[in-house]
Structure formats: structure tokens, C-alpha cells
Design a protein around this ligand. Sequence first.
Ligand code: LMR
Length: 335
Amino acid sequence: MKFATTRLAAAVGVSLTLGLASLTAHAAPMIIKFSHVVAEATPKGQGALKFKELAEAALPGQVEVQVFSNSQLFGDGKEMEAVLLGDVQFIAPSLAKFDRYTKKVQIFDLPFLFDDMAALDRFQASPAGQSLLDSMKSKGIQGLAYWHNGLKQMSTNQDKLTRPEDVKGLKFRIQSSDVLEAQFRQLGANPQKLAFAEVYQALQTGVVDGAENPWSNIYSQKFHEVQKTIAVTNHGALDYMVVTNSAWWDGLPDDIRDGLQKAMAGATEHANKLAAEINDRDRKRIAEAGKAKIQTLTKEDIAAWRTAMHPVWEKFQDGIGKDLIDAAVASNQPS
Ligand code: LMR
């Protein structure tokens, strides 16, 4: 009897083990959600799709990446919370949207800090820039990569937009950034924080008079159809940090995390290579559409904008750290 029981227990054990093995072999892939607020035909939209392609190729049958564009899953204001709750695994908010989690990332919103995208790229790649990816760890957020979009252009529903005094008294939609709020107040304008998904309607109905965004966002959201003038100010950068929930990330099996990390590196390279091309293309498309006038500015005009906005730096210097600002300024010189 004892023998029979032992044999039975062994048989059950073997079949259980086999059952588990086949369950593992056919386990459903881990669903990984990547949510963002822009159109697919933008640098971020393309980066997210590339990440899906590379992650699923690196981890076949193990992961399925679902990409949600255009705020269809979570919009501004909700997406960070969703990451912290584990409702979505990756998001890539603009660097202007981390105010509540770290003051250091505010550096990217300082007007006229970077001469061009190459300088911004150098700063992001530097030890100072890379250290910011870890600056929200204590809040449960891990930065994984920077993705480029481009330099911002100022737009309004007015005919004249060449000098800072032209925006006095106008209402501007801004991203949820205290630096950008201060920037427009410095110009004598009235900033209003609004989610990206609400901008078109706000411009169309006159809730706000103007906005600032790179060409790719202006074109893909049709802002040029509800603005009269877009001035080529290049007064600040709009880039992204791809972030995830640090506890989720640290808890992943090593092979999955490695695969995702490699896919992220590939997607970053892809998005950053495409960013300039997409913005140039969309600037041309806006010009061809003939709706908003594209106003180019003289060196003197740009100098006037720079001078008018500069006091903002000092207001945020303590929170950001002077060392960090100096490192960013130094990145304007190619080494
Ligand atoms: C905006 O809100 O204007 C941008 O941050 C949108 C984006 O993600 O590019």
C-alpha cells in the first residue's frame, strides 16, 4: 500500500511538473503598454512603434508591446499616475511635464539655453544629462532614454509676430511647466496650462490666442489651420524622457529587461535620427498648406526675444542647480 501511494505520488509529481513545463512553454506573452499623446507620424510616434518592433523581435513570444498614440489611453496629467499604478509600462512625456517629480529636469525648459539640437544632444549624453534619468527614482520613476522632437516655434492668431512686445496681453497655452509659465509672464502674456489633446480646440475657439510647439506637433495636430502666424523663434527645446515604473523595471527577469533595454536603445537611435527630418518635412508642409504665415526673424529680433526671456533663468536657478545650468551652457561648444 505504502509502495502504491509512493508510486502514485511520484506519478502525480511527474505529471504536475510536465504540466507546468508545457504551461510555461505556451505561456501568454507579457503585455507591455506604451502610451503617448502625439500622432504616429511624429518622432515620438515613430520611436514607440520602433520600440514595439525591436522588443517583440528580441523577445519573441515573451512580450507583446501595445502602443497607444494620441492620448487614446491616457492623456497629459493622467499618464504619470498610470505608470505609478502599473496601468501602463512606458510613457514618454515632454521634459516640461516632470515639474512635480523633480526640479532638476526643469533645466530643459529654460528659454534659449541650447543653441541647437546638437547642443541638446551633447548635454543629454553627458554625465550630467544622464544623471537626470535617475533623478526621480525616489518617486518610483526610472528614466530610460531621451528622445528628440525639436525646437519650439511661437504661434499666435495675430498678423504681427516678430518681437516680444507682440505677445503682450495674449493668452498662451502652455504645457504643465512652471518655467514656461514664468517665460510667458516675463513677456507680459497670460499662460494657461492645458493638456495637449485640448490645444486644437482651445486655439480654434479663442480660449487661447497662441501656443509654442515644434513643427511636427503643429502640423500633425493642425495647429497651423487655427493660427495666423508662426514665428521661427527656436526659443526652447521640446524633447522627451521615456520613463517606466522603477519597481516594475527592477523586478523584471534579467533576460526580459536586457531585451527591452536593447530595444529601447535601437528605438532611441531611430527616433533621434528621424526627428530633424520629420520637423523639416512638416515645416515645408505647413508652408505649402498656406494657412498660417511662417514669419522668419532677423538676428536682432531673436536677440530681443532672448533678452526678454532671460530673467527666467535666475528664477529657477536654485531649484535646478547652477552646476547643471553651467554644464548645459558648456554643451553649446562642440568638444
Ligand atoms: C505638448 O503638450 O505640447 C507636447 O508635450 C506634446 C508632446 O508630447 O510632444
